[in-house]
Ligand binder design. Structure first.
Ligand SMILES: *Cc1c(COP(=O)(O)O)cnc(C)c1O
Length: 224
């Protein structure tokens, strides 16, 4: 198992390199986040021993159990929250994570800002944009983004690093990546969290600075 995780990481790195070279991007400008949600421990150990230090999780509690004890051993760990956050978990999220990719509504922005103030933390955040206008999906509608960013940056003084998208499953992702890049430029935001196992090369081509790759590194996840 650990051999296959390391082979997968090797393969992802070469795909990243190829995409970067092909689209005039510096490889150093793209961070690979290994999304470790619902993966067994031995696969995570394999990734750690191969030098991976950026990990993504989508549940605060699961992330705590897995990562809190490893901080001491790996001081350069960077933990990314990539899933929707409930306000009653904001305190733990602020204590644990180094980047939050899923700021998707006013209430969560407010609670995060309060918690960061209390804990003396200033965590870079991404605003999730619902570019597909999907009713069941979290994220800020494109038309509401200006006001939302103004609220986060102006009123709450949140550290907004960039934008994040999870494109609709049945649509060509490139259109959504290109729209996210356009929106980010308009707001002078430099970071783009976009691209997963099946589409990260397209995301790199369109300016991704953070790609979130799970199953292509670790294999299939345990069911929810
Ligand atoms: C699970 C997840 C990923 C990783 O998905 P894969 O298809 O396994 O690469 C990326 N982003 C988010 C927000 C996720 O929840």
């Amino acid at each position: 198992m650990s051999d296959s995780v390391q082979a997968s990481i090797h393969h992802i790195h070469s795909r990243m390199k190829k995409a970067a070279i092909g689209h005039d991007r510096a490889l150093g400008d793209v961070t690979l986040i290994a999304v470790s949600k619902r993966q067994p421990d031995e696969r995570i150990e394999a990734a750690l021993s191969f030098g991976i230090r950026h990990f993504g999780e989508n549940k605060v509690q699961e992330a705590y159990t897995r990562w809190e004890g490893r901080r001491g051993q790996y001081p350069d760990l960077t933990l990314h929250l990539v899933g929707p956050l409930q306000s009653n978990k904001a305190k733990d999220a602020v204590a644990l994570f180094d980047m939050i990719h899923s700021v998707d509504r006013e209430k969560i922005a407010r609670v995060l800002s309060d918690e960061m103030g209390k804990q003396g933390r200033d965590i870079p955040c991404f605003v999730q944009v619902n570019t597909g206008e999907e009713p069941q999906k979290s994220g800020i509608a494109v038309g509401a983004l200006d006001d939302f960013l103004q609220y986060c940056r102006g009123d709450l003084k949140l550290n907004i690093a960039g934008l994040m998208v999870l494109p609709p499953v049945d649509a060509p992702p490139a259109l959504h990546f290109a729209l996210l890049r356009k929106l980010a430029r308009r707001h002078h935001l430099t970071q783009l969290s976009m691209g997963m196992s099946d589409d990260f090369e397209k995301a790199i081509a369109l300016g991704a600075t953070h790609i979130r790759v799970g199953s292509s590194i670790f294999g299939a996840r345990a069911p929810v």
